[in-house]
Design a protein around this ligand. Structure first.
Ligand code: AMP
Length: 504
């Protein structure tokens, strides 16, 4: 039997007349309509000569049709390659040159700029897709047949390439197989108890693993529905929560919603589950959400390369500050970052993962791929963390964000947690900045709550009794907000750049 992930989705659908996806402005597709349009789109791709393994690069705004194009690529055995809508032409040129797609799909307004770049780089055809079923791809699809047999694929054939956000160095294309997507989606449907009665509130971008795979694949595999918001909008969220059952968000969704005066038990009582991921959720936010709404946010952890790795339990205890337990069938261990020797419980080290969720490697980077795996098949995530006696995983930060000061290792998260617990502090980020004596100096960037008036000296005097001397920040800087990417991740590289001359 073909292991095409599309066939798995399609064969499990409970009711083809059910709404698969709708927008807040009233456009919708039933499952049957999604099958029909995806067949039409797959036929258009076929007419351009797309065959199994060909990349289809897609830089379009969020719309139901963009998700249905992903389904079309699965059906056709093509490799879906979504690109961040914020990428500039120069960045696109890199991605197209690296991925060598057969077809590029862009928004109608960018066609004139992108087509010449794509054709120079050998792309066979550049098509357009707008957010209201407009553009040349949609027009050609309307003329195409709505019947299409999914292409036979092996489990190890590629379904997608997602470029990592690349905060350091060149962005890498993570190759994800049909088997990777299928196994993770199956696991999550069961773990989070999704059914065809669920309606997912979807306000995430769809070029990233969170909004594309975690959200969409789970909905598809459980025959649930989703409501697409073009972006995060508290007013729309408030309205849609009356009919939705689950929301998947990044931590900033939750901290921003907590500032809304309408948020309470009543306004969230139709919801059964709030999920957070892609960046650390402050334990304070977790608790404030519970106090305000009565719901315990379920935090999970994953990455582009691995899909989801851990999750707090659906029924058991959802521990604030922890990313939960390894998902069924997925092995997680903590090791010495250099040598890879496994470490005991409660000792921070490198988080490594092995399982059917882990990607096939980086596109055209065999050496990079090899260096990120241990010889026994574990993938080295680059995240530092520990596992407690109950098996819960805690993340201390990215290994590249570790501060080494005077030969001592300082985990930024430990210092940040102490600063965040000071009354009047909204949040903080700790980075290492170049220092002639210490190599790196621990430096804190602090965001105060509205109306708070803490000084540098006050913060340092609060930290002094609780942190070892070498962990104390050399300086505390105040800023109005932390720089973040679209997934809510704090851009520490940006902070390091901003303040690199501080100790010179
Ligand atoms: P991405 O590949 O863009 O999804 O980024 C993956 C990275 O996001 C991981 O390696 C972690 O550093 C971070 N991340 C994802 N989920 C969480 C979480 N729940 N808590 C802390 N960091 C997270």
């Amino acid at each position: 039997m073909s292991q095409n992930f599309f066939s798995l989705i399609r064969s499990g659908t409970t009711d083809n007349d059910r709404i698969f996806i709708r927008t807040t402005d009233g456009r919708s597709y039933t499952y049957q309509e999604a099958w029909d349009l995806s067949a039409q789109l797959a036929n258009v791709l076929g007419s351009k000569g797309v065959v199994i393994g060909d990349r289809v690069a897609v830089q379009v705004d969020k719309s139901p049709e963009a998700i249905i194009l992903y389904l079309a690529c699965l059906r056709a055995g093509a490799v879906y390659l979504p690109l961040n809508t914020a990428y500039t032409l120069a960045e696109l040129e890199y991605f197209i040159g690296d991925a060598k797609p057969h077809v590029v799909v862009c928004t109608p307004d960018k066609y004139d700029a992108i087509e010449p770049i794509a054709s120079t780089l050998g792309v066979f055809s550049t098509l357009t897709l707008g957010t209201r079923k407009d553009g040349t791809l949609a027009a050609e699809a309307a003329m195409a047949s709505n019947s299409y047999d999914p292409v036979f694929v092996e489990p190890s054939d590629l379904a997608a390439i997602l470029y990592t956000s690349g905060t350091t160095g060149r962005s890498k294309g993570a190759m994800l197989t049909h088997a990777n997507l299928a196994s993770n989606a199956r696991t999550l449907v069961e773990y989070w108890q999704f059914t065809d009665r669920d309606v997912l509130l979807h306000a995430l971008p769809i070029f990233h693993t969170h909004g594309l795979f975690v959200a969409t694949n789970v909905v598809l595999l459980s025959s649930a529905s989703m409501c697409f918001l073009s972006k995060f909008d508290p007013k729309l969220i408030r309205h849609e929560m009356q009919s939705a059952t689950v929301m998947m968000g990044v931590p900033t969704f939750y901290s921003r919603l907590l500032k809304e005066e309408w948020l309470n038990r009543d306004s969230t009582d139709h919801m059964r589950l709030f999920i957070s991921g892609s960046a650390p959720l402050l334990a304070d936010t977790h608790r404030a959400w519970t106090d305000t709404t009565g719901h315990h946010i379920l935090e999970r952890y994953g990455m582009t390369e691995t899909n989801m790795i851990t999750s707090n339990p659906y029924d058991g205890e959802r521990v604030p500050g922890s990313v939960g337990l390894p998902l069924p069938g997925i092995n997680v261990r903590i090791t010495e970052p250099e040598g890879g020797k496994p470490l005991p419980a409660n000792t921070p080290g490198m988080i490594e993962v092995k399982g059917p969720n882990v990607f096939k490697g980086y596109w055209r980077m065999p050496e990079k791929t090899q260096s990120e795996f241990r010889t026994d098949g574990y993938f080295i995530t680059g995240d530092i963390g520990y596992i407690d006696d109950d098996g819960y995983v805690f993340i201390s930060g990215r290994s590249k964000d570790l501060v080494i000061t005077g030969g001592y290792n300082v985990y930024p998260k430990e210092v940040e947690s102490e600063i965040d617990s000071i009354e009047g502090v909204e949040e903080s980020a700790v980075v290492g900045l170049p220092h002639s004596d210490f190599g790196e100096a621990v430096t804190a960037v602090v965001i105060l709550k509205d109306g708070a008036t803490l000084t540098e000296a006050e913060i340092l005097s609060r930290l002094d009794p609780v942190l070892a001397k070498y962990k104390l920040p050399k300086r505390v800087l105040f800023e109005p907000a932390l720089p973040r990417n679209t997934m809510g991740k704090v851009l520490k590289s940006e902070l390091r750049k901003r303040h690199e001359g501080l100790y010179k």
